[in-house]
Design a protein around this ligand. Structure first.
Ligand code: CP3
Length: 390
């Protein structure tokens, strides 16, 4: 079976196995693309529906998954959380894989994102943190000075191997059935947590270092990229088909600041992950003004939030990239007819163009009715563009 050769990068077929360079068998599912007369025009044997969409290759229908699809809105997750902290779940491959698998099975989605957290790499870098009830993450000794940056370690990314062990279990469970997503934070977003010590409204400390001690800022991003490269490689070697890079808070930057202080490190990480042989999804929130620049990192897929219509966002990104999104997560609380209207608007805006992955514009929030999430999966599965394929 010939590997997919996309601009010199060999996807899936050449994905790294335990030894860099070693070929591993291509994940495959049987899928048929039909034309208007129901004649088979392409039989899909290479890569699953989700991975194919990431690469803008034709698919039989739009793939769908959800940001934060495993979380507190789901009864099964709340049960596990009664007995374990969030970090315990992340660090025990048996639990992390179970939570990942349960959510993906229950929803019937096309991809499973590994259960982990953005902040896990902080610990091996020398920054212990905890999740405090109602407050979100708290980093005990935030990075504020040049000396703090210099003290950060970059030699212990291997401590994150528990995430790779969980991916192996998820991969063994699903085999070729669906795509497996590994993830990490983007350098800017991760740096903001390290410097602020948690979530932030105005990113004052972050921007103070960025503008005021640019040398330390650049050293910090370099160190983060070094650790994340190794972390992503562990995930790819364990079976992740795609890596999503979360730049959740990049919308706090204006375009000039994104260009001057964040773009280059993101681009370096995107390119390094692509060299591992998997496509990259690059996601942020409130990014309408940044989309073309985010696309310039070379990421295969750009995640869109819900503030612009999907077709408008896709034009800014450029049709040479796939897009993922972009339902407002709070629409999942709306009556069924409103929900259906919004889902269909997004699918129509995608216009059957190869390279759309249906998702939310940001994560599912606690209290979301699970049946509404399942209903969206059904809507996406059943959707047919008027005038196309009968
Ligand atoms: O199903 C999935 O999406 C996989 C699991 C996942 C978690 N965190 C588990 C989690 C993923 C992909 C993340 C990524 C993550 N973590 C991001 C980027 C995604 C985004 O939302 O933009 C960020 C910013 C974090 C940091 C983080 N983790 C925060 C700010 C919080 C607290 C938020 C809250 O709602 O309390 C977390 C906690 C967290 N990580 C939860 C989950 C399921 C919820 C809390 C819990 O179980 O105690």
């Amino acid at each position: 079976m010939a590997p997919v050769n996309d601009g010199g990068r060999f996807f899936c077929a050449a994905k790294l196995s335990s030894q860099p360079g070693e070929q591993r068998p291509l994940k495959s599912i049987h899928m048929e693309i039909v034309d208007n007369n129901a004649a088979v025009i392409e039989t899909i044997l290479d890569g699953n529906r989700f991975v194919r969409a990431c690469l803008r290759r034709p698919v039989d229908r739009t793939p769908v998954w959800f940001l934060r699809q495993a979380g507190r809105y789901m009864q099964e997750y709340r049960e596990v959380r009664k007995h374990h902290t969030l970090v315990e779940i992340c660090k025990q491959p048996e639990l992390a894989s179970e939570v990942t698998i349960t959510a993906a099975e229950k929803l019937g989605v096309d991809a499973a994102i590994i259960f982990a957290d953005l902040l896990l790499p902080l610990e091996p870098m020398g920054l212990p943190f905890e999740f405090q009830a109602g407050e979100g993450p708290v980093v005990h000794h935030p990075v504020r000075t040049a000396e703090d940056v210099r003290a950060l370690r970059t030699d212990r990314a291997g401590d994150l191997a528990y995430v790779a062990r969980a991916i192996e279990k998820v991969s063994a469970h699903f085999g070729d059935r669906l795509g497996i997503i590994g993830f990490c934070g983007a350098p800017y977003t991760l740096a903001s947590y390290m410097i602020e010590g948690g979530g932030s409204r105005n990113y004052i400390h972050t921007k103070q270092m960025m503008y005021g001690d640019t040398l330390s800022w650049r050293l910090l991003l370099d160190k983060i990229v070094k650790v994340l490269e190794e972390y992503c490689l562990l995930q790819v070697q364990a079976g992740a088909d795609v890596i999503q890079i979360f730049d959740s808070w990049v919308g706090s930057l204006g375009l000039a600041d994104y260009r001057d202080y964040a773009f280059e490190a993101s681009k370096r990480l995107v390119n390094a992950v692509q060299k591992m042989g998997v496509p990259v999804i690059y996601f942020g929130v409130e990014t309408a003004g940044l989309l073309s620049e985010m696309a310039a990192t070379g990421a295969d897929v750009i995640g869109l939030d819900w503030r612009e219509p999907l077709d408008v966002g896709w034009r800014s990104v450029g049709h040479g990239h796939a897009v993922q999104g972009n339902l407002d997560p709070i629409t999942l609380f709306a009556p069924p007819e409103v929900l259906e209207l919004r889902v269909k608007e997004i699918l129509r805006a995608a216009a059957g163009r190869p390279g759309h992955i249906f998702n939310l514009g940001h994560g599912i929030v606690p209290g979301t009715p699970v049946e509404n999430v399942q209903a969206v999966v059904r809507m996406v599965r059943e959707f047919r563009l008027e005038g196309a394929n009968g």
